[in-house]
Design a protein around this ligand. Structure first.
Ligand code: ADE
Length: 306
């Protein structure tokens, strides 16, 4: 029996069309087969770049500042980096779970750009934002953690001589973006078991608290008691930062579960900048530790898309 030639005739006795690379004529059937093989090879080569190598979709973890990423990056195994439009993404494993990490830079524009690239290039199963925030709730102190039940942009709306009115919500741009209940439940489980270093204060050592709360986002660093009172009144918010709601909105619009975790670095008051510089490392590390434990819990209890 004569073996079938892979690159031979098309087996249908039709006239050959097209040219093979040696300059001979190539049949239409072979052209189609070649086309299919090229598609399969490209798909096999590109798919791992989209989802990260290995088993399923990664969890995306974003921070604004390098300090906020430090502990997460230190724990990352099988590290690889890829850069898109100037944003560097690190892929690998944290707590045995596939992750993709990126530091967005400060503010809503940088955050939305990074979130969009993350979703488009890596198709994460969920997105966690980890970092620091100014405390608006008077019960919060540096090092405490706020699990964001909902986020909103506090500087998006209508400003008149008399008042600021938050944006009018639409179905694709709600005022408050709710975190999915499954992620919040996972965060509650983390709260029950995470261990933080005690924080030394003038009144002795205290253990950081973890609360569920409202996190608001705007393109300003708040260091004003007047603004704190206004934000508390308008948004009933517990913490203020500069990226979370932008990432949450991008994820909401693409139906990707997203949750913001923030540790308090300052009280958004007149001493906010000094406190921020003093506590950023400790607060960043607390948020990162919480996020690491969250990944462990998520491995036990995966979250569905909403
Ligand atoms: N991130 C940390 N502290 C902040 C503050 N006071 N205002 C805005 N973003 C912050």
């Amino acid at each position: 029996m004569v073996g079938r030639k892979i690159w031979g005739g098309n087996g249908l006795g039709r006239k050959m069309v097209g040219r093979n690379i040696r300059g001979g004529r190539m049949g239409g059937g072979n052209m189609i087969r070649l086309f299919h093989i090229v598609i399969v090879v490209l798909a096999v080569a590109w798919w791992p770049l989209c989802v990260g190598a290995g088993d399923g979709r990664p969890t995306g973890i974003l921070t604004a500042l390098p300090e906020e990423m430090q502990v997460l990056s230190q724990h990352l195994k099988d590290k690889r980096t890829r850069t898109f439009l100037g944003v560097t993404f690190q892929t690998g494993k944290l707590q045995g779970r596939k992750v993709v990490l990126a530091t967005s830079g400060i503010g809503k524009v940088n955050a939305a750009k990074t979130a969009t690239l993350l979703l488009d290039r890596f198709h994460p199963r969920e997105v966690i934002f980890s970092g620091v925030a100014g405390g608006l709730n008077p019960d919060l102190s540096p090092g405490d953690i706020v699990i964001g039940t909902r986020t909103a942009q506090h500087d998006f709306g209508k400003l008149t001589e008399r008042e600021f009115e938050p944006q009018t919500p639409t179905p694709e741009t709600p005022l408050f973006i709710e975190a999915p209940e499954a992620l919040l439940r996972a965060a509650d489980r983390v709260a029950a078991r995470v261990k933080f270093d005690p924080i030394l204060t003038t009144r002795g050592a205290r253990t950081p608290r973890v609360i569920r709360g409202v996190i608001i986002t705007g393109d300003v660093f708040v260091a004003s008691p007047t603004k704190v009172a206004e934000l508390r009144e308008t948004f009933k918010a517990d913490a203020v930062e500069m990226e979370g709601a932008a990432v949450a909105l991008v994820c909401w619009q693409q139906r990707v579960p997203c949750m913001v975790i923030r540790s308090i670095s300052d009280k958004a008051d007149v001493g906010a900048w000094e406190d921020f510089e003093r506590f950023i490392k400790m607060a960043s590390d607390n948020s990162a530790r919480f996020t690491l434990e969250l990944l462990r819990v998520l491995a036990e209890q995966p979250v569905a898309r909403h």
